[in-house]
Design a protein around this ligand. Structure first.
Ligand SMILES: *Cc1c(COP(=O)(O)O)cnc(C)c1O
Length: 360
């Protein structure tokens, strides 16, 4: 067996200890004689898994009691529609467009009401976060929407926008559990889990209880109504049970690592190794303004397409894989999520140094 350092933006690297544990339990989960994949979602064994998973997440994120945790299918993208269907009482919402994912959410919301783009960083290829201290928030906006960490462009809101009292909704897919957050600042904080938590196909939605109502837009499907899932403890229909199980393992791993304060420390340390190298390199250059840099997704370029292709190819041969940047930005991107060990980042930087010397 030979494992690589996987810098994919998602689906992404998972903690090796977790993969080993789920492998050990594959044929016989704790004496049940079956895999979690084969298990009824109505069984006592699975109820224990989902309960424990929620409990550990609540502990890790310090989620207040007046928030529900929902495990929903359809990934993050389904939320682009589910949020307006459930929250657009006035049919108005404000969007801060800082990348492709925010843009997709903004465009989807237009199907359900008036979606206003109140700020954007598209003028400079989404390489920064706009000043959000005094935005033209719509007086009748049902919520203000952000994508907190922009997976493709490598920017992060280090300060939340001033929503002037309006509800904040945030997509945290690519920074979920990377550092502590104050959940009480959000109406909804959600993300697809395949970036920093678990396997693909599920979103975790943390939603303030008073936002869970039957008063949704006419025609909203039962499956896209938060209340359906909140009332049923995320077991209205068959959930992505195996994904919930693996997420639960990751939560236990995060707790054993020391929780989110410790992850923040480790993630900052890893990111600094890479950014410090980029800042002094004569060949490579980061694409994001320093003050808005993400500690999860680090895009960088050489500025010569052929040389970049050579870099990605030679890196892969060294076991440093999935470094090709998103097609809209080009260049390279290293996603260095919670499960990426520091040794992986160090090996990447050592390889970049060597490549720079060889191609000077
Ligand atoms: C990957 C990603 C999405 C889309 O996730 P899916 O689960 O594939 O729908 C949405 N938002 C952000 C920030 C992402 O990184």
């Amino acid at each position: 067996m030979s494992r690589v350092y996987n810098f994919s933006a998602g689906p992404a690297v998972l903690p090796e200890a977790v993969l080993q544990e789920v492998a050990d339990e594959m044929l016989d989960y704790k004496g049940t004689g079956m895999s979690v994949m084969e298990m009824s979602h109505r069984s006592a064994a699975f109820q224990e898994i989902i309960d424990e998973t929620e409990k550990d997440l609540r502990e890790l994120m310090n989620i207040p009691d007046n928030y529900k945790v929902l495990f929903l299918q359809g990934g993050a993208s389904t939320q682009f529609a589910m949020i307006p269907m459930n929250l657009m009482k006035n049919r108005v919402a404000d969007f801060i467009v800082t990348g492709q994912w925010a843009k997709k959410a903004y465009q989807e919301a237009q199907k359900y009401g008036k979606a206003n783009k109140i700020a954007s960083s598209e003028d400079k290829t989404f390489s920064y976060i706009p000043d959000c201290s005094d935005l033209p928030i719509s007086p009748d906006a049902d919520y203000v929407y952000i994508c907190e960490n922009n997976t493709i462009y490598g920017t992060k809101f280090h300060t939340l926008p001033n929503t002037k009292g309006k509800l904040l909704v945030a997509d945290v897919s690519s920074c979920f559990l990377s550092e502590p957050v104050d959940v009480s600042k959000y109406g909804i904080i959600y993300g697809g889990v395949q970036k920093n938590i678990g396997p693909a196909g599920m979103a975790i939605v943390i939603i303030r209880e008073d936002l869970i109502t039957e008063d949704v837009l006419p025609g909203t499907p039962t499956m896209l109504t938060y209340k359906t899932h909140a009332d049923a403890g995320s077991l209205y229909n068959t959930p992505n049970a195996y994904c919930i199980y693996v997420c639960g393992k990751v939560f236990k791993w995060l707790k054993s690592m020391g929780g989110l304060e410790e992850m923040k420390k480790r993630n900052e340390e890893k990111a600094k190794i890479l950014y410090d190298f980029l800042d002094q390199s004569k060949l490579f250059r980061g694409t994001v303004v320093p003050e808005d840099r993400s500690i999860m997704n680090v895009p960088f370029v050489i500025g010569d397409k052929e040389m970049e292709a050579k870099f990605v190819k030679e890196a892969a041969a060294e076991g440093l894989v999935n470094l090709k940047g998103h097609r809209s930005v080009g260049g390279m991107r290293a996603s260095i999520y919670n499960a990426m060990p520091k040794a992986g980042v160090e090996k990447l930087v050592a390889f970049m140094k060597k490549f720079e010397e060889e191609n000077a």
